[in-house]
Design a protein around this ligand. Structure first.
Ligand code: EPZ
Length: 420
């Protein structure tokens, strides 16, 4: 297992190009199962998670080719069982359920485990499939869905923590080949859901309303092959903007959709950092320490839970007391204990982190626990005095393409070393 050493205190400056979105790529790659014809997906980032998805597609019988960021999938003859040994590596594997149900009218997928950011139920996914006429059984750690035919229905997918992103994706992918019209109420509005809907419409689906709380899907008989480029990764863009805020001169992220990161740039502006927004590039200008603030994560277009840990790193050296509440994943605070080992002063009060800004952080040996917590530790290491050693960086490789190299390009003194 590799580790990353960060020699803190170096100012960052320059620009980086944002990779394609992980959270767009995964459901779009799953959606290629909906047609026997070849699909070409461009801009797929080189990540562990995208590799896992390609392994699953291959295991299901699809022909998969990858040439740098371009993936070609031909799911001509596929089976509908995705076994534990491939699914267990990535919770998002659950998003093959919808396309398999849509294409094969049956699917067996190992139940996704929980993870450190909290219990990851799929009850809303299954409710959606049942509304479309599928029988759902959970046995032996697998979820089995089966439907002689799928019939359009009105489905409310809002749960107690709000909309479900992959749940919306899954039900949409099952409904595109159902008979009749499906209405998804309480749908997730994330840009990645819109990107998937655009991909499906290019394949011949009839979907309206993606990006709103109500998505209307008119079922069609079959879908055809398509070419598509995934949208830029808004969370990677936000992570680099926070890096600029933590220790930058001027840092620019290129190939980004400003609308997709508006809640992030608004919050960084509230922290006192000037933001320049161009067509597809955003620059953050330094302004000393962040101003303390109250931050609450919400479904899109609110502030994303996937940026909560990174903001905790930034606010740990702010000039006051900040309060961070994650309403989507109330347990998503594995980064707090590690940041405290670097000198941060944070206290958990239920699903809220109360952060007393400190003057300095100190390099330490810290352990990555999940994708975004790992990024937060790297960001804190950029600021800290001395050397920070982040172990278990495989968590970072799940969702960030060449994070250490891109930070080096901005001037960070950061190196990846093989752990014995
Ligand atoms: C997606 O996960 C993202 N992953 C997550 O990003 C992101 O944090 C999350 O959406 C929220 O924005 C991908 O797109 C691959 P949800 P997803 O269903 O779809 C509850 C990252 O770091 N819920 O929107 O699995 C759930 O427990 C990852 O890139 C139910 O109760 O999340 C949570 O509290 C981490 N029942 C809330 O809804 C369900 O059936 C939102 O979860 C489904 C979800």
């Amino acid at each position: 297992m590799d580790k990353i050493l960060i020699h803190g205190g170096r100012p960052l400056s320059g620009s980086i190009k944002v990779s394609g979105s992980k959270n767009s790529s995964l459901p779009i790659l799953a959606a290629t199962l909906l047609t026997p014809e070849p699909c070409v997906v461009q801009g797929v980032p080189d990540l562990s998670d995208t590799h896992y998805m390609l392994q699953i597609l291959t295991h299901l019988g699809a022909q998969v080719e990858r040439a740098s960021g371009t993936v070609t999938v031909a799911a001509e003859n596929i089976e509908s069982v995705a076994p534990y040994e491939v699914v267990r590596k990535m919770r998002a594997s659950v998003c093959v359920l919808g396309p398999l149900l849509g294409r094969c009218k049956e699917a067996t997928v190992s139940l996704p485990g929980g993870c450190v950011i909290g219990d990851r139920p799929i009850d809303l996914h299954l409710t959606g499939f049942e509304a479309l006429g599928a029988a759902v059984r959970v046995e032996g750690g697998n979820v089995k869905v089966f439907a002689p035919k799928l019939t359009g229905a009105v489905i409310n997918l809002r749960g107690k923590f709000g909309p479900t992103v992959l749940g919306t994706d899954n039900v949409m992918m099952a409904a595109v080949l159902a008979e009749g019209v499906t209405v998804i109420e309480g749908a997730a509005q994330e840009p990645e859901v819109v990107d998937l809907a655009n991909f499906l419409n290019k394949m011949g689906a009839k979907i309206e309303g993606a990006g709103t709380r109500r998505i209307i899907i008119e079922g069609v008989a079959a879908l055809h092959g398509v070419e598509h480029a995934v949208i830029p990764d808004r969370i990677e863009a936000g992570t680099f903007l926070v890096a600029g805020a933590i220790c930058g001169k001027e840092v620019t992220v290129k190939r980004v959709e400003p609308e997709h990161v508006r809640s992030i740039t608004d919050v960084l502006g509230s922290c006192g950092f000037p933001i320049n927004i161009a067509d597809h590039a955003i620059s953050i200008l330094p302004n000393g320490e962040a101003k303390a603030l109250e931050l609450i994560t919400e479904p899109y277009p609110g502030f994303p839970t996937d940026m909560q840990a990174q903001m905790c790193a930034l606010l740990s050296t702010s000039d006051g007391i900040s309060v961070v509440t994650d309403n989507i994943f109330p347990q998503r605070y594995m980064h707090v204990a590690e940041l405290k080992r670097m000198g941060a002063q944070m206290q958990m009060e239920g699903g809220t982190a109360v952060i007393q800004g400190v003057d300095r952080l100190f390099g330490a040996q810290v352990m990555a626990s999940d994708l975004r917590a790992s990024a937060a530790l790297v960001l804190a290491g950029l600021k800290a005095d001395g050397i920070t050693e982040v172990s278990r960086v495989y968590h970072i490789d799940r969702g960030y393409e060449r994070l250490d190299e891109k930070l080096s390009e901005l001037g960070a003194h950061i190196e990846r070393v093989k752990e014995a």
